[in-house]
Design a protein. Sequence first.
Length: 175
Amino acid sequence: MAKSYKEIMNDITSFIFDVDGVLTDGSVFVTNEGDMLRTMHIRDGYAMKAAIESGYNVCIISGGSNEGVRLRLRNLGLTDIYLGTPDKVATFNDYIDINKIDSEQVLYMGDDIPDYHVMKLVGLATCPQDASPEIKGISGYISHKNGGKGAVRDVIEQVMKVQGKWMEHFNGQHD
């Protein structure tokens, strides 16, 4: 019998997220200068920071490349940020090899076709509510939140609650 997503969440040690459509809602605001601006949900950032502080690996693998995104993620404490990645599978394989991570202990959240092949390699493939049908079809968990609207917080919080770690990092301080 196949494990439920909650049972799989017990074994998760690492989170990998796409950016556009996962950490953002997929919208891009283009300025007159050609800069592309994105918005990210503050609660997603809080959850990623909490996961790092609790000892989880948190990694970003994205085909897009934006220095503002990189700066935001670094400010949250992320060090494993792969932007402008043409081959997500190769980047994923390198990342887990270098960090000696079992692919079955990885939760990956993607939203569209470029995430498809890497999502087939992880322990728990997840996606936002508004992901493409192909991605929903291979996801072991579909968040009730849309991309950029708390989907990342949803999966991190669920994993940390299943493992009894959600509130243990909280010391009364705020961002």
